[in-house]
Design a protein around this ligand. Structure first.
Ligand SMILES: [Zn+2]
Length: 424
């Protein structure tokens, strides 16, 4: 089974940009070598070995149902389910945010774009750090936690092919995190994404191509979220209900589109700027100092009434090693280190009601798996946007792509084939 097709990402070098403006693909060694193949070894620690492309039929078989890796996503001409859903969104989108302009900028840099920051009509975070739209029917962003003295623990830009050292470290510590995954990375490195789910990490969406969302058309923004959600569902079996915009670039138009897809926006309160190392004279010492600033805030009592959501990245081995190195300091300065779902008491963080997660009290008492939740009684990342229920059901209930279920007793994954599940 592992001999036929390759999951080589041949387009990855064509300008995919990371949070810091560098090329995301550059960190994924081996992706430029489509002829390499191997069996996935979850214990491998050698970076090159981990990042050698491998064949994974459940994903290879559905690649044509997804946009080109790392290219800004659009709805595929053959994808009638996505077209119908987008059409449904379009019926109300104009009424809600008809005056919001598509922004012009590159890689999250909008310095040349004229915008009325004082009035901030679009609640555009990039320019004003706005997180609460004046229109209260548009959901506010989450940027800090209700639990004091708590570090909201998570990583952007994964799954990184060479993440085993970090993931092994977290497993040893029985530490779970919130993973904001890029759809193209999930398709390139599905078994790394699967490991995250297997290890109990919370999965959220970080778009398909890591584009600045406010620069995209309505369809483009929809497709970036939709196909990442579909990729995570196809690979791990769960449908996330949370997301984070690359560069934090969100305005009311994007909030409405994400809300329609039942996605709650999770920003951050503190940034280690770990992704900047090696650029703009940012050194390893700078990143360490940035961590220390967060610790100093904790020492000063600034998290005595709420918890921090701290921005960290799975983007390369430097950023991951920083977290391993700093983890004891986080433990020393924060009472609790928890994934976002637990901090928010999201006991049912996915569209699949049987997928549960420990709440804050459970997690901080040592529980690492969610308990049973009566139907309809779990807490979810919430959106009350019109149409969101239908949007959610589309992915959760009619899995047109392959689905996976975890056989926890045997410790293996069973992946269903795609052909029999094809709809439409
Ligand atoms: Zn990012």
């Amino acid at each position: 089974m592992f001999a036929a097709l390759l999951l080589a990402a041949t387009t990855v070098s064509a300008g995919a940009i990371g949070c810091g403006g560098h090329h995301i693909g550059a960190r994924n060694l081996g992706m430029g070598n489509p002829h390499a193949k191997r069996e996935y070894d979850p214990k491998a620690l050698d970076v090159t070995a981990q990042c050698t492309s491998y064949n994974y039929p459940p994903v290879a078989d559905i690649l044509t149902q997804f946009p080109t890796n790392w290219a800004p996503a659009t709805i595929l001409p053959s994808d009638t389910a996505a077209q119908q859903l987008f059409s449904q969104l379009n019926q109300t989108l104009g009424q809600k945010v008809g005056n919001v302009q598509v922004k012009v900028g590159t890689q999250g840099d909008f310095s040349g774009y004229q915008y009325d920051n004082a009035a901030d009509p679009d609640c555009w975070w990039t320019k004003t750090r706005c997180t609460e739209p004046k229109d209260t029917t548009i959901p506010a962003d989450i940027w800090r936690l209700p639990e004091p003295n708590t570090w909201g623990f998570g990583f952007d830009d994964g799954p990184n092919c060479s993440h085993n050292a970090l993931y092994n470290f977290m497993a040893e510590k029985k530490q779970q995190a919130t993973m904001f995954f890029i759809g193209s990375n999930v398709m390139n490195w599905p078994l790394q994404a699967l490991r995250a789910k297997q290890d109990g990490h919370e999965l959220c969406i970080h778009t398909w191509s890591h584009s600045a969302m406010t620069t995209l058309t309505n369809e483009g923004a929809f497709a970036e979220l939709y196909y990442t959600r579909e990729a995570i569902k196809a690979v791990t079996g769960v449908t996330p209900k949370c997301w984070r915009p690359p560069y934090g670039d969100v305005d009311n138009r994007i909030r409405v589109i994400a809300g329609f897809l039942n996605l709650t926006n999770v920003l951050w309160s503190d940034d280690t700027f770990d992704w900047m190392e090696g650029t703009n004279n940012v050194t390893s010492e700078t990143v360490v100092a940035n961590y220390q600033k967060v610790f100093d805030q904790a020492k000063a009592g600034n998290y005595s009434t709420y918890g921090a959501i701290v921005l960290n990245h799975e983007i390369n081995n430097k950023t991951m090693q920083h977290m391993i190195d700093q983890y004891p300091n986080i433990e020393a300065n924060f009472k609790y280190i928890v994934p976002i779902a637990s901090a928010m008491n999201w006991t049912t963080p996915y569209a699949e009601a049987n997928e549960t997660y420990p709440d804050f009290n459970q997690y901080t008492s040592g529980q690492r798996e969610g308990g049973p939740v009566a139907s309809g009684e779990g807490n979810s990342p919430g959106s009350t946007m019109t149409g969101s229920a239908a949007a959610s059901a589309s992915s959760a209930d009619t899995s047109k792509k392959s689905s996976s279920t975890r056989n926890s007793a045997a410790g293996i994954f069973v992946l269903a084939g795609v052909a029999a599940a094809m709809l439409l």
